[in-house]
Design a protein around this ligand. Sequence first.
Ligand SMILES: [Fe+2]
Ligand SMILES: [Fe+2]
Length: 181
Amino acid sequence: MIIEKIKPMVIKLCGDPEHRWWRLHIESVVKYSKLFAKKMNADEEILEVSAWLHDIQKIKGNRKLHHVNGAKEAEKILMKFGYPEDKIKQVKHCILTHSSDKNYPPESKEAIILHNADSLSHFDNSMPFAHWVYGLDKLSIENGRNVLIDKYKRDWNKLTLPEARKIAKPKYDAIKIVLKK
Ligand SMILES: [Fe+2]
Ligand SMILES: [Fe+2]
């Protein structure tokens, strides 16, 4: 099974204490992707592979165009494991379209699910974003708060599936209370 090959590889990448929280994010995206694959009768294998690999570039510290470069890297990895070409094409589309980049809108059912699952997971793990703005980018309290408010607004807008909004709503409401000026 392809998952048995890529899962340990991604977990190992997240193993560095600096990147440990990535594992929380990836596992939560996998969880939501599989949940919606079942609900919407989508291809669960394509979704699970895409979810494990979707942020591979970001995990390695490459934030710029991580969706474009990540799709290319996923192709290389999957080809190495002899994964079928038509499936690789589907995975690449999911990874390329998972971010909020409007140049690459999700078109397949699987891509729409990954796009939603990715944002949905952000409502489960909000501390890493606080770490980003204050710990890594060293923003002021006020600027950090504004970045977080905008970030969560974008994540909420990325949720196009009513069911995903239903899951995120109470968490988004709570986050808005915490971030309120
Ligand atoms: Fe991403
Ligand atoms: Fe992600």
